[in-house]
Design a protein around this ligand. Structure first.
Ligand code: SAM
Length: 276
């Protein structure tokens, strides 16, 4: 990754990029799967990038990690006990899950060097991997899910965007495997990209999940360092749970209003996924 006058830029298209002025580049390594960079930015603290796309920053990681974790917890029939995270080598999702009272966590990350880099630069997040009850496996999540005999109350895909090793995590076959490894009353959640810049991701997730699960619901959050700042997640589940009115959880971003409001979708997103 070449720095131009101490700027790191994530390119969204040939005509658009988001640039962060950086104090220093702290790390750059090419692994068997991807390129991992860490920058020390002026406005967002330390920033983890994979193949040139922002994965998380110190100053806004709480939005994504709270939203991918706390929202789905309201759609399982009981308080989930056993969770599977695919991706999430930075530990952010496992940490939020554990804070929300889920102690039996299996985290399957394909690239050990993501974990090593995050241990060095984001130790506050990766410390969760040393907690009793939290199992970190370095494997391909697609293969793991197909082969495991375990079943889970919540399965979460905190992966990179649907390219390279993550592409299969947005496939119908993967979603069928996920449904087979969910306990009765369980819930599945995936990050589903930016409706503005990655319409394919939310469409793939919504259509693929809709062919497998009874209820499929996209929801959104505002994450300043992600493409356009407008990000989506999609949950899927079979049981007919009541619409949650209030939440026992509170976060720096998540609260009762967000729990109710995050499912309200702009018309262009409804048109994109073909719902009225
Ligand atoms: N919050 C970020 C986002 O929404 O883009 C994701 C952060 S997390 C670092 C993404 C992780 O997914 C990466 O560490 C990557 O190695 C991992 N990953 C991608 N494909 C995978 C697969 N098939 N199995 C397990 N982990 C995978």
């Amino acid at each position: 990754m070449r720095l131009i006058e101490n700027w790191f830029s994530e390119r969204y298209s040939d005509n658009l990029q988001l640039s962060f002025r950086v104090k220093d580049q702290l790390m750059s390594v090419k692994t068997d799967y991807q390129r991992i960079d860490v920058f020390d930015t002026y406005d967002y603290g330390k920033l983890l990038a994979i193949d040139g796309t922002v994965q998380m920053c110190e100053y806004d990681e709480f939005v994504y990690h709270e939203m991918i974790t706390l929202v789905p917890l309201h759609f399982t029939r009981e308080q989930p006990k056993k969770a599977l995270i695919i991706g999430g080598g930075d530990g952010g999702v496992a940490g939020q899950l554990n804070k929300a009272g889920v102690n039996d966590i299996t985290n399957v990350e394909i690239d050990s060097q993501v974990v090593q880099v995050c241990e060095r630069f984001f130790p506050g997040l990766t410390s969760i991997f040393r907690k009793p009850g939290v199992k970190l496996l370095i494997k391909d999540g697609i293969k793991y899910l197909r082969e495991t005999r375990e079943k889970f109350d919540i399965i979460m895909v905190d992966s990179t965007d649907p390219e390279g090793p993550a592409e299969g995590l947005f496939s119908k076959k993967f979603y069928e495997d996920a449904r087979n490894k969910l306990n009765e009353g369980g819930v599945f959640v995936t990050q589903s990209g930016s409706p503005y810049y990655q319409p394919k991701a939310i469409k793939m997730a919504f259509e693929g999940l809709s062919s497998v699960f009874k209820h499929v619901r996209p929801y959104t959050a505002f994450i300043p360092t992600y493409p356009s700042g407008f990000w989506s997640f999609t949950i899927a589940y079979d049981s007919d749970v009541d619409e949650p009115e209030t939440t026992p959880f509170s976060g720096k971003y998540f609260n009762n209003d967000i729990l109710r409001g995050c499912f309200l979708l702009p018309q262009f997103v409804k048109d994109l996924i073909g719902v009225t």
